[in-house]
Design a protein around this ligand. Structure first.
Ligand code: ADP
Ligand code: MG
Length: 481
């Protein structure tokens, strides 16, 4: 993903739609999951990493209390919603995801007001790469950034999940939103889904002479069709019969053998063994032994296919082809029954790619899309603002002044002296506890704030904060127009 080109593109489209410049562009990535499937809602462990693709949101405040949402991936009339009446069940279709985020923020007491949003994405939808969470998280960053709200990222992940669970109605776990907001470049996130604690685990396949391939099998899942909820119910039932709160509390796979129902036995066995595989894989990565994780990926696939029964034909084909072509391990990824697979490849991923394509051809199907592996370590650079900035809200967020004079005077009223921002931010950072994730979560607009007082002249760029892949930036992307 090219931050600058993508940000400029969505900023330009915002201008076309709304006849003004956006106040900023925010981006949140999709995710792949190295290992740990159907463990999140069982309060176990997962090991996702951010992708070099995501959802971008160009946004500006509105003062009429309306939320106006457009997506390039959903052509047609925008969703135009009076914020005060936005509630679960009142918004359907794709717009429920961004509307749900505004609702969850307001329900939590964050004073989010009206906004115009223009959404663009470089992620396939329904491919198990978490386009829904990337959409929620990018909107969450945009709304909190626009209104200067300093919501720690772990809390923001919980609110974004609430949008998906309670507003859209998909009973997903916390993994996707946590991965989108908390992943760091060149690291996976070992997330304990019970405590919410996460830690960064080095993941640099290229440095190990390896490649991670993410394969969009082309088969689309439909999480709303009830099968996901069915699996969740089966896990709850298995936990109940084993006398534990949830399957995370079953330490030994042999305990699952005590279940009378063979279906529940298989479901429980998958969850218990998958939790072990996740912690083993994280230990291997920490010890620099990524290659050893290959066997764990393949074991995960077998377990998901045979015990949890959520694999699908294209995923099995992809895994078989990858292994035959020399991959060290491969598995289906995501909730299952459609979506993507992941293969830990040898140094020549093209051979794996060709082998997978070769297996699809006799089926009369196009070769599946193979996404780029996670990005190498780098510091991202984003376009800087072109105008002086103004503070808004308690976070002291800076803003490009709106093109309309009204907004300019409104924001100017609350403008903080630029030189005071870094000192104030440093004080806030010292007060903010290190948090469960072992890192101080910077506020959504941290990088822009850091650059605020030092902001170079028009057209220059800011270095983005290297901690997170999701860019909670008030970047003030320049419209190419
Ligand atoms: P996944 O998260 O694996 O991509 P989901 O079924 O959870 O699959 O989420 C996909 C849904 O998210 C889409 O059907 C659509 O409603 C919404 N969505 C994702 N990205 C966009 C986008 N760029 N524009 C509009 N809606 C989107
Ligand atoms: Mg999703």
């Amino acid at each position: 993903m090219s931050d600058e080109a993508d940000a400029n593109r969505v900023a330009g489209w915002f201008g076309d739609c709304y006849g003004r410049q956006p106040e900023g562009v925010w981006q949140a990535p999709g995710r792949a999951n190295l290992i740990g499937e159907h463990t999140d809602y069982n309060q176990g462990w997962v090991l996702p990493f951010a992708l070099d693709r995501g959802v971008l949101v160009a946004a500006a405040c509105r003062h009429d209390g309306m939320l106006v949402i457009r997506s390039r991936q959903a052509p047609g009339e925008p969703a135009t919603l009076p914020l005060a009446t936005v509630a679960p069940g009142r918004v359907t279709g794709w717009a429920a995801y961004p509307a749900g985020v505004a609702w969850a923020l307001r329900e939590a007491g964050h004073p989010v007001g009206g906004a115009s949003l223009a959404i663009d994405s470089t992620l396939p939808q329904g491919a198990g790469l978490s386009s829904s969470a990337a959409l929620e998280c990018a909107v969450a960053l945009a709304l909190t950034g626009l209104y200067g709200l300093d919501v720690p990222r772990p809390d923001l992940a919980i609110l974004a999940r609430r949008a998906e669970n309670d507003f859209v109605g998909v009973p997903s776990g916390i993994m996707d939103q946590s991965a989108s907001l908390l992943c760091q470049a060149s690291h996976a996130l070992l997330l304990d889904c019970r405590s919410g604690e996460g830690s960064a685990v080095p993941l640099e396949p290229a440095a190990a002479g390896l490649a991670l391939l993410i394969v969009d099998t082309g088969a689309r899942h439909a999480l709303g069709d009830g099968r996901y909820a069915l699996r969740r119910g089966e896990c709850d039932q298995a936990a109940g019969e084993l006398g534990v709160r949830c399957l995370r509390d079953v330490a030994d796979a042999a305990a699952a053998d005590g279940l009378a129902d063979p279906v529940l036995r298989r479901r429980a066995r998958h969850v218990v063994t998958e939790n072990h595989r996740v912690t083993q894989a994280a230990a291997m990565l920490r010890a620099g032994g990524l290659a050893g994780a290959g066997a764990l990926l393949s074991a995960s696939h077998t377990s998901l296919r045979d015990d949890f029964e959520v694999s699908w034909p294209e995923a099995d084909t992809t895994v078989d082809a990858a292994l035959e072509a020399g991959a060290l391990g491969a598995r289906m990824m995501g909730g299952g029954l459609g979506g993507s697979g992941i293969a830990l490849g040898p140094p020549a991923p093209d051979a794996v790619r060709a082998a997978i394509g070769g297996r699809y051809a006799p089926l009369g199907r196009p070769a599946p899309g193979v996404l780029a592996p996670p990005p190498p370590p780098r510091r991202r650079r984003l376009p800087g603002a072109r105008r002086p900035c103004a503070g808004r809200g308690r976070g002291g967020s800076e803003a490009l002044l709106g093109v309309d004079g009204q907004e300019r005077s409104r924001t100017a009223e609350r403008q903080l002296p630029h030189a005071a921002w870094p000192a104030r931010r440093a004080r806030q950072d010292r007060r903010r506890p290190a948090g469960k994730h072992g890192v101080r979560a910077p506020p959504a607009d941290r990088r822009a704030l850091d650059g605020g007082a030092r902001r170079p002249p028009s057209g220059a760029r800011l270095d983005a904060h290297p901690d997170y892949v999701a860019l909670g930036l008030r970047a003030g992307a320049q419209s190419p127009r």
